[in-house]
Design a binder for this molecule. Structure first.
Ligand code: HEC
Length: 126
């Protein structure tokens, strides 16, 4: 019977360790959700980047440089999502681009920014 006592002492601590590790593993995932990102894009980006991502939204004609065309394959392969997150968070000027690309770091959450960047890649890069 002594082995039973030993097991019942270790088993709860294994469970406790799992319970602690689980939420940590889940929150460490840095990927965006493109479905959520579509809503963010429509509310904040369409006016300049256009519904089809070509950089031809209603406000685009007045802007120089024009807003980025996300359907341009060369651009999509050159600009990694990690850089896009920085541009959207800090604004174009923070990454040496035009200040006409606004910063969304104070209006969108970090998750919303990852979501919209994931949407841009999924919706326009094919
Ligand atoms: C007021 C107009 C405007 C709005 C609104 C706007 N952008 Fe931009 N964006 C620009 C302009 C202009 C550039 C081009 C900057 C340059 O080329 O120097 C740009 C460039 C970018 C780039 C960098 C180029 C690339 O290929 O990655 C990203 C990323 C971007 N925008 C994402 C967004 C997202 C996401 C939103 C909405 C949350 C948004 N923009 C809203 C004007 C805008």
């Amino acid at each position: 019977m002594s082995h039973r006592t030993a097991r019942s002492r270790t088993f709860p601590s294994v469970l406790a360790a799992l319970a602690l590790a689980w939420p940590l593993a889940a929150s460490a995932q840095p990927t965006g959700n493109p479905t959520q990102g579509k809503t963010v894009f429509e509310a904040n980006c369409i006016v300049c980047h256009g519904a089809d991502g070509k950089g031809d939204g209603p406000a685009a004609a007045a802007l120089s440089p024009h807003p980025a065309n996300f359907t341009d394959h060369k651009r999509m392969s050159k600009v990694p999502d990690s850089l896009r997150v920085k541009v959207v968070t800090g604004g174009g000027a923070s990454q040496g681009l035009s200040p006409l690309m606004p910063s969304f770091g104070s209006t969108l959450s970090a998750q919303q920014i990852r979501d919209v960047v994931a949407y841009i890649r999924q919706a326009f890069s094919h």
